[in-house]
Write a protein that binds this ligand. Structure first.
Ligand SMILES: Nc1nc2c(ncn2[C@@H]2O[C@H](COP(=O)(O)OP(=O)(O)OP(=O)(O)O)[C@@H](O)[C@H]2O)c(=O)[nH]1
Ligand SMILES: [Mg+2]
Length: 367
């Protein structure tokens, strides 16, 4: 039996990983491959899983910890997908605050399950506005030093640094960013894409579909700084049941909730890394899922998918990651839900808020 392909697309929170996973999955499906997707998070109730399943892709999620710390769950998820649909390509999205993936995920996969998987080069996506701020090329809201440490480490281990969202940056600024990344991370090839505009994807997808990851000495990581960086991030996952006697439109409700959360966190000077929400109708009428995202404080919440028609009830999933106290995130979300439009009944079913714990990988292999 031929080995299944394992492709991992990393990158910091909000860089566009899930959007790219969906685009790659569609591309591979179109050329006759069978894909199985694996999502991952520190908590449960994931927007990414809802989004990818709504697109019709076989998706397994690993909640409650990152791939590196739940390595055996990653293999279990691949086995489960194999039982369901026998994928010949697995595409995995690690948590956006995770690094050291080569030593803790791809090398162990190669060493222990090398007969089952052929491993693609590691892609690490960047949002160009966020990256320009991290590397001092532009002004604006930013993360503190230890969170930035994780950001840089992600890029250091990349085989491909993929500047995504090129539609957001002027050409000169893009060249400056590209040169900076190429100079700082000479081991990586720097690619440029706009997943939204389907620009540059062919070259990237071709390079990760066929080539094998080349083994090299893994980078050093200070797990104390890494853990402190993770612990500066606040994490919140919640589910809310929304209903009205009369049908309601998803878009204005999601926009109001997102803007309300954003305004409260701006006032608390909490830097948002990614606020994402999906609204799934309880009945099949009304379309698949509406999605809204916000990837920094000084931007507008963007609707990346809408429902076809108004709905009477549905489930809202809220995933919020920001540099700040998780209690502030909880308060912002609870207030926004309480301030939901008056004709809506909003019931909070589940809410967890925490700081990610110290990463303790199942394996760490240096070659
Ligand atoms: N302008 C623009 N926006 C994009 C592009 N690709 C993705 N986005 C948007 O970026 C936001 C974040 O995208 P996701 O794919 O959810 O990012 P992610 O890296 O999976 O985020 P986490 O899972 O939270 O770490 C969404 O609003 C996307 O629509 C792009 O090429 N251009
Ligand atoms: Mg994602």
């Amino acid at each position: 039996m031929s080995r299944a392909r394992y492709i991992m697309i990393g990158g910091f929170l909000g860089a566009g990983k899930t959007t790219s996973v969906a685009a790659l999955a569609q591309h591979l499906t179109d050329v006759g491959r069978t894909v199985g997707l694996i999502t991952n998070d520190q908590g449960r109730e994931l927007v990414d899983t809802a989004m990818l399943r709504a697109k019709g892709f076989a998706t397994e999620e690993i909640p409650g910890g990152c791939f590196c710390c739940r390595f055996n769950s990653l293999v279990d998820a691949a086995n489960k997908l194999t039982e369901q649909s026998k994928p010949d390509v697995f595409i995995a999205e690690p948590v956006g605050s995770c690094t050291d993936l080569v030593a803790t995920v791809t090398y162990p996969l190669r060493r222990i399950y090398g007969g089952d998987f052929s491993i693609a080069p590691l892609s690490v996506l960047v949002d160009p506005i966020r990256a320009s701020r991290i590397f001092g090329l532009s002004e604006g809201g930013n993360f503190s030093e230890k969170v930035t440490y994780i950001y840089r480490k992600q890029l250091e281990e990349a085989d491909f640094i993929v500047i995504n969202k090129t539609d957001l940056l002027e050409p000169e600024a893009l060249v400056t960013l590209r040169d900076k990344l190429a100079a700082e991370f000479p081991n990586a090839d720097v690619l440029q894409v706009s997943t939204r505009n389907n620009d540059g994807l062919d070259e990237w997808f071709t390079r990760i579909t066929d080539a094998e990851q080349i083994a090299r000495t893994v980078m050093e990581v200070d797990y104390e700084i890494y853990a402190e960086g993770e612990a500066l991030l606040g994490w919140l996952n919640a589910t809310v049941q929304l209903s009205t006697p009369e049908a309601f439109e998803a878009k204005p409700v999601l926009q109001q909730l997102a803007s309300d959360i954003q305004k409260q966190l701006q006032e608390q000077t909490v830097e948002i890394a990614h606020l994402k929400m999906t609204l799934s109708p309880d009945s099949t009428i009304g379309g698949q899922v509406a999605i809204i995202n916000l990837v920094r404080n000084d931007f507008v919440p963007e609707l990346s998918a809408d429902l076809d028609a108004p709905i009477e009830s549905g489930q809202l999933i809220i995933n919020l990651r920001a540099e700040g106290d998780p209690e502030l995130l909880r308060d912002a979300v609870k207030n926004a839900v309480a301030n939901a439009p008056t004709n809506l009944t909003a019931t909070l079913d589940h809410l967890e808020h925490f700081r990610p714990g110290k990463p303790e990988p199942t394996y760490r292999m240096v070659l």
